[in-house]
Design a protein around this ligand. Structure first.
Ligand SMILES: [Fe+2]
Ligand SMILES: [Fe+2]
Length: 135
């Protein structure tokens, strides 16, 4: 069973962003599967690296649109991105140092963060960006 499923309630009404969010959910599920299958640290580490890399790509996309369309809530939104990025890089470092960081709690944290951020913070930009023609 997947850790997290995409549903329409996660949609921000912008196709490119929805596709990126779907991909993030997909990689998070891969990480969950790798852990559950007891796959080696190398394999799990690769998925963790992929997740962190794609989180960076995704945040950069949203922030590019914030700049392009002068989104008024940019500073607060970006602070949430920066906070998660910092946590994720710290986590990766611990993992690389051989610490057992990949736990059910961690996966639940990532799942909850993603869900809450999309539903609480990302969705706030939909009306504004839609009104600028971004759909
Ligand atoms: Fe997002
Ligand atoms: Fe965001």
């Amino acid at each position: 069973m997947s850790l997290m499923n995409w549903t329409d309630s996660l949609s921000v009404n912008i196709r490119e962003i929805d596709d990126q969010h779907k991909k993030l959910v997909g990689i998070l599920n891969e990480l969950h599967d790798a852990m559950k299958a007891g796959q080696g640290a190398k394999m799990t580490g690769n998925v963790l690296t992929e997740l962190i890399k794609y989180v960076g790509t995704h945040f950069a996309t949203e922030e590019k649109y914030f700049a392009q369309y002068a989104y008024p809530d940019t500073v607060k939104h970006k602070a949430e991105h920066d906070d998660l990025t910092k946590k994720a890089l710290d986590l990766q470092k611990q993992f690389q140092d051989g610490k057992p960081v990949l736990t059910v709690e961690l996966l639940n944290f990532l799942k909850n963060w993603l869900t809450n951020h999309i539903m609480g913070t990302d969705k706030k930009y939909s009306p504004y960006l839609n009104s600028k023609g971004l759909v």
